[in-house]
Design a protein around this ligand. Structure first.
Ligand code: FAD
Length: 332
């Protein structure tokens, strides 16, 4: 049985108090929201904070507002609240669907959107218990020196595997970060870095407070996830797609691939192919072929990486078909 290491726990009731505790405890402290990623990682000694700052009692982080200007989702809002929110389901069915694809109902009652957006990167050589990792002399991501996926690689190749992220980026989401230095807002797309260890541009002392999704305003989005088990499994390839149409043609398109790199990947050539055209079979086929170009999965997740690359075409085509006239929105 894996046990949690000893740590001190704080339960602040305001953002200000949480930031004050973080400033006092420094690098030894981690924030925790639902704990469905952090605590298993602590049991496996992948993350070893001496101090944990719980966010569950901060009411300001648990508010979800849906207005004319879009969604403002507090970082500690449970995933199940978003999944079942009437306006989210009606106006952002692709987002509701992506969130419903995360883990299992009990874990979605605990897990939060902020925790999902900041989910640790994953790899077959890293997501193992301490003894397993010790037996291979660890890996670059934690306690070791080598990347076992590609021993010549100068950087860790663990992959970004959060289900909400591709569709949130496709929907042009922005996030708010607070620290002792003040508050800043960045496009969610800019929160990620293509490095399995330093996968965020967020500083460790910054608290994610809110995720904002602009008004749907003609945009519709869809999500497709490739995994072995239908019941629950992390994605080994995922696609978030969104289009805005004017009359019969696509005016703007955004296609985001997940689980094929340490950061989400925009398929920008595929996006350009769609603009100015009807979302018909010819356009979808051409765009999905182009989307496979920047999809470069590595051999560090379930299934053959060559097959995951090949499946990119099919999954992008499926995500776009759902957005085409007559496509079934929200659920495939
Ligand atoms: C069995 C199992 C299956 C799973 N399947 C999936 C899956 O299919 N898809 C998927 O995407 N995820 C999956 N997960 C992972 C996890 O449940 C979700 O990603 C969940 O959304 C994480 O949210 P959390 O609030 O529990 O995060 P936490 O564990 O609380 O935090 C995750 C990370 O974010 C940091 N953090 C959290 N909130 C903040 C904040 N506001 N500001 C700054 N830092 C913060 C923490 O320090 C930690 O590093 C699974 C987990 C388990 C155990």
């Amino acid at each position: 049985m894996m046990r949690l290491p000893k740590f001190r726990y704080f339960a602040p009731t305001s953002v200000k108090e949480a930031l004050r505790i973080r400033a006092g405890e420094g690098e030894d402290a981690s924030f925790v929201a639902g704990g469905t990623d952090l605590y298993p990682n602590m049991k496996r000694r992948q993350q070893t904070p001496k101090v944990v700052i719980g966010l569950a009692r901060i009411a300001a982080l648990r508010k979800l507002r849906a207005g004319a200007d879009g969604l403002a989702i507090g970082a500690a809002v449970p995933l199940s609240d978003i999944e079942h929110h009437r306006r989210v389901r009606r106006e952002y069915p692709g987002l509701a669907h992506a969130i419903a694809e995360i883990s299992t109902p009990p874990l979605r009652n605990m897990g939060t959107l902020g925790g999902n957006v900041l989910l640790d990167t994953r790899c077959n050589y890293y997501d193992q218990n301490y003894e397993w990792r010790q037996a291979i002399d660890f890996c670059m991501k934690k306690d070791g020196a080598i990347c076992w996926v590609a021993p010549g690689s100068p950087k860790c190749l663990a992959i970004q595997s959060a289900d909400s992220v591709p569709v949130l980026i496709a929907l042009r989401a922005r996030v708010t970060l607070a620290s002792g230095d003040g508050v800043r807002e960045v496009a969610l797309e800019d929160l990620y870095r293509n490095d399995g260890i330093h996968y965020l541009t967020k500083r460790p002392d910054e608290l994610l407070t809110e995720i904002r999704v602009p008004s749907a305003d003609g945009w519709t989005a869809s999500y497709r996830k490739l995994r072995r088990r239908g019941a629950f499994d992390f994605p080994v390839l995922s696609v978030g797609a969104a289009v805005r149409t004017e009359g019969a043609v696509v005016a703007e398109a955004r296609i985001v691939l997940g689980a094929v790199s340490s950061s989400p990947v925009r398929a920008d050539r595929a996006e350009r192919i769609l603009v100015g055209r009807a979302l018909d079979l010819a356009a979808i086929t051409e765009a999905s072929e182009a989307a496979a170009g920047p999809s470069r999965p590595m051999d560090n997740a379930d299934f053959s990486f060559l097959w995951r690359k090949e499946m990119t075409k099919k999954w992008v085509a499926a995500a776009l078909s759902e957005l085409a006239p007559g496509g079934r929105r929200g659920r495939p």
